[in-house]
Design a protein around this ligand. Structure first.
Ligand code: PRP
Ligand code: URA
Length: 243
């Protein structure tokens, strides 16, 4: 789904390598080892695209032949993996930017209300970076992302980007409405949320698929939803269509 005209801060990769790797990632037969490798590779590709507009400053370089003016990254960068699923994106981003700081935020989504619950945050009092890249493979209702941006703005981050693999239109709408200044970089925007708040077609539960934590049929993304959950999803869908 191409929502880029409606949401100017939304950037959906059009790279064929991204499309290929994302299809392998979605496949239910992809086991955790391969899944982790693909998350890493896709993070590298989407992260590279997300950093295309970072500011640089002139830097003196002596090549073996003569001096020249090169470029170095200007802003201090912070990587903000959202636990758990964002962990799998960190190594690739550190390969791209070895000097980036990594600040973990622990959030999980309450299964019934779909609201984010914060359980880990060790940010110091004042921001130590200028640009924050939030790393989380899934942007579903957008609640976890909007809450993370709230935390980072309160911290004093000057610029914030969301780097994800798959978004739902509902999540893009929620995040864009709450924080219109935040860039959203994704490999794909899928069709919708299902009644349990999972992205469809999506890839299932990104944390469970990375870490092999399958707790049985009761925790499957296709299990029947609670009424409360259905109502939350319907409200998000009404917001999206403006009904
Ligand atoms: C997943 C995902 C996001 C969140 C997205 O985490 O990694 O953090 O859900 O959903 P939202 O956009 O509706 O808020 P989850 O709550 O499953 O926690 P986990 O990574 O610890 O499994
Ligand atoms: N979290 C996931 O891991 N997958 C979804 O589809 C939605 C939230």
């Amino acid at each position: 789904m191409d929502l880029s005209a409606r949401y100017p801060r939304l950037h959906v990769s059009s790279h064929p390598l991204v499309a290929h790797k994302l299809s392998l990632l979605r496949d239910r037969a992809t086991e955790p080892k391969k899944f982790r490798e693909l998350v890493r590779e896709l993070s590298w590709l989407i992260g590279y695209e997300a950093m295309a507009d970072l500011a640089t400053q002139p830097m003196a370089v002596e090549t073996p032949l003569e001096p020249m003016t090169g470029a170095e990254l200007g802003p201090r960068i912070g990587l903000i993996p959202v636990l758990r699923a964002g962990l799998g994106m960190v190594d690739a981003m550190l390969e791209l930017m070895p000097t980036a700081q990594v600040w973990h935020i622990g959030l999980y989504r309450d299964e019934r209300s779909l609201q984010p619950v914060e359980y880990y945050n060790k940010l110091p009092d004042a921001a130590t970076v200028q640009v924050c890249l939030i790393l989380d493979p899934m942007l579903a209702t957008g609640g976890s992302s909007a809450a993370t941006v709230d935390i980072l703005k309160h911290w004093g981050a000057a610029r914030i980007k969301q780097v994800s693999l798959i978004a739902a239109p509902e999540g893009v709408a929620t995040l864009s409405a709450a924080h219109p200044d935040v860039d959203i970089h994704v490999a794909a925007v899928d069709r919708a949320l299902n009644e349990r708040g999972y992205i469809v077609p999506g890839l299932g539960d990104a944390g469970d698929r990375q870490f092999g934590t399958f707790a049985g049929p009761s925790s499957e993304p296709s299990r029947g939803p609670a009424d409360e959950t259905i109502e939350v999803v319907r409200r998000l869908q009404r917001n999206l269509t403006g009904e």
